[in-house]
Each structure stands twice: as C-alpha cells, then as structure tokens.
Design a protein around this ligand. Structure first.
Ligand code: SD4
Length: 332
C-alpha cells in the first residue's frame, strides 16, 4: 500500500486519507478510507505582535505533523534568538546590575512540564526547560544549576547583553536608578504561546527576560507552572504576560483553565481572572496583565486589565493580530 493523497470531503474541514487498495484478487480498484488526521484544525496563538513571527514557524511545524510541543518550542526559539527583541532571550533587558536573567517554562498534553528560572548566558531557555521536562526527574531548575544542566546538554555559553540593551540599562541607571519602568507599557513583550496539533493535543510555553532592571534574583510568573502557563488537555490551556507578581498571586493560568473546565468561554475565563487581579491588588496603577486562552475545541480568547494588549493568531489559512478586550483605557 502506498500513501496517495489528502482530499477534502467537505464539512467542517474534514479530510480523508485515501490509500491505494491492496492488489488482492478482485480488489484492485478498491480504495480504503482511513480515519483522518485533522490537519485543518491546527492553530497557534501567542502574546503580542512578536507572536506573528513565532506563529509562522509554529504553524509550519504543525502543518508538517509535528506535535504541539515541538511547535511551541520552535516558535518560541525564533523570538529568543532575535537580538532586536528586548524582552526575551538574547537582547533581553538586564536586571539592576546589568545581568540578563531568563525565565521559561513548557507544558504538554500529559501534564509533563519543565521550567528554568534565573538562567543566564543561555540563548534558548525554552529548549532547556523542555530538556528539564524530558531528561530529569524534576520540573524546575534555577540559576547556576539550570546553566550547568544546559551546558551538559550541549547548549552554548552566550553573552546575552547586546549593545542596545546595555545602553538602555546605562541610561536607566543614570536617570531613574531605583524606579522600575512599568511592565508591558512600551518596554515589554514576553512571549507566551498555545498550540493545537493535528491529533487535537495542546501544548503551551512562555519565555522572557522578565521585568526590566528588576532586583537581582527576582523571578516572575513566566517559569511558574500554573501562573505563567497551564494546560489540561481535557479542557484547554492558558498563559500570561504582564506583571508577574500579580499573576502569581492568583495562579492566573491555572485559574483560567479551571474556569474553562466549569464551562466559561476562553475570553470570559480570562476576564474573570483579570477581575481577580483587580480584587487582589489595591493599587492598579501601572499594573498591566494580559491573558490568552484556547480551549479543547480550539476556541480562543483573551483579556487584559488595560488597553494596548494584543495577541497573534495563526491557522493554516490566516494570520492576524487581535486586540484584546480590556477593562481600562491606558493613559500612560
Ligand atoms: C514577568 N510576566 O517577568 C513577565 C513579564 C512580562 O511582558 O510578561 N512582560 O513578570
């Protein structure tokens, strides 16, 4: 038997895989229709407009029958490796001492998850997080241990502080010193992604250099399973961007998955989580948080506290940037 073709047979994107019949006696013309891979359903969403490029790589992987997990890793690698992006990977804005420290985590459809926090000098922390998930009995490695583990797995030591980020840090030191810039307004766009593959499995991941000029040792929500990302393949997945301290307080991504489990749409679930952010923080000034979510059916949604948050959507036909619903107009 040999694989011949994929053909549309109509109705909700259903596809049929037609295979040449066995050249058995009296059966030479017969074609067998097998259960279908749902290639039409593959899709990916990710935070901010840098998600557009990441999604393009992710969707190519999904179209080639790769898993959602592969798609998430490959998609996020694109942004981590881009020195122009000052929020993720190489080129990320450093902490108060000028050190670039990165956080990332990844989760698959079977509750497997891996994470690295406060890792330095490694360009692709999402791939290290995946190695933690697959090659260790642990979920999370941090700091020097995460770095040593990465080196043992063949990752290369790299200087992550680009000239541009160094200049911005020096400028900040001169002018503001103790004042941190507001997260997510002008200066940040951590990438978090959710992908759905042809088997109907979800995966999610998140990677960031965290809050620009943060205190030495600070870790945000992005490497914390349940805060930066969460996924239950029976229900859906959610991930976050924005002020990690506020997201951690409500276990934001986990909360959204539980809300979807209880029947909320992805957007409504994100909106309720934002309501919890409002309830759990007295001072909402400069506190931007944005959530994105996708349920098991592939329905998507988002919500943010302030205007200005958007996310990138990609399926096999379309790529678009979607403005999130929000509660307050950002006035700066
Ligand atoms: C953090 N949540 O470290 C991250 C930052 C972020 O867009 O999302 N920025 O708190």
């Amino acid at each position: 038997m040999k694989r011949r073709d994929f053909v549309k047979i109509g109705g909700l994107g259903t596809t049929a895989l037609i295979i040449d019949g066995c050249k058995a006696k009296g059966n030479s013309e017969k074609k067998e229709i097998l259960p279908l891979p749902h290639l039409n359903q593959v899709k990916v969403i990710s935070t901010w407009n840098s998600g557009i490029n990441a999604n393009k790589t992710a969707i190519e992987a999904l179209k080639n029958n790769k898993s959602a997990l592969d798609a998430v890793e490959l998609g996020l690698n694109v942004i981590e490796s881009d020195p122009e992006n000052t929020s993720v990977g190489i080129g990320g804005l450093p902490d108060e001492n000028g050190n670039v420290t990165l956080d990332a985590c990844i989760m698959d459809h079977q509750f497997n998850c891996g994470s690295v926090s406060y890792i330095q000098n490694i360009k692709n922390p999402i791939s290290v997080a995946r190695k933690v998930m697959e090659d260790t009995p642990h979920v999370m490695l941090s700091g020097k241990g995460a770095y040593n583990f990465a080196i043992s797995k063949g990752f290369k030591h790299a200087n992550l502080l680009t000239e541009t980020s160094k200049e911005s840090w020096e400028e900040w030191k001169k002018e503001n010193n103790s004042n941190l810039p507001a997260i997510n307004h002008e200066n940040h766009d951590t990438i978090a992604m959710i992908a759905l593959d042809h088997k109907g499995n979800l995966a999610t991941g998140c990677t960031t250099s965290g809050w620009a000029y943060k205190m030495e040792g600070r870790v945000g929500d992005s490497p914390i399973i349940g805060s930066g990302v969460y996924l239950d393949n029976e229900v859906g997945a959610a991930c976050a961007t924005g002020l990690g301290e506020a997201i951690i307080k409500i276990c934001g991504s986990h909360a959204i998955v539980e809300l979807m489990r209880n029947g909320e749409s992805p957007e409504q679930a994100c909106k309720i989580a934002i309501q919890r952010i409002k309830n759990s923080n007295k001072d909402l000034k400069d506190l931007q948080v944005g959530f994105i979510a996708m349920n098991k059916k592939g329905e998507i949604g988002s919500y943010s506290l302030y205007s200005g948050f958007n996310y990138a959507y990609q399926d096999i036909q379309r790529s678009k940037l979607i403005d999130s619903q929000y509660d307050f107009e950002w006035k700066g």
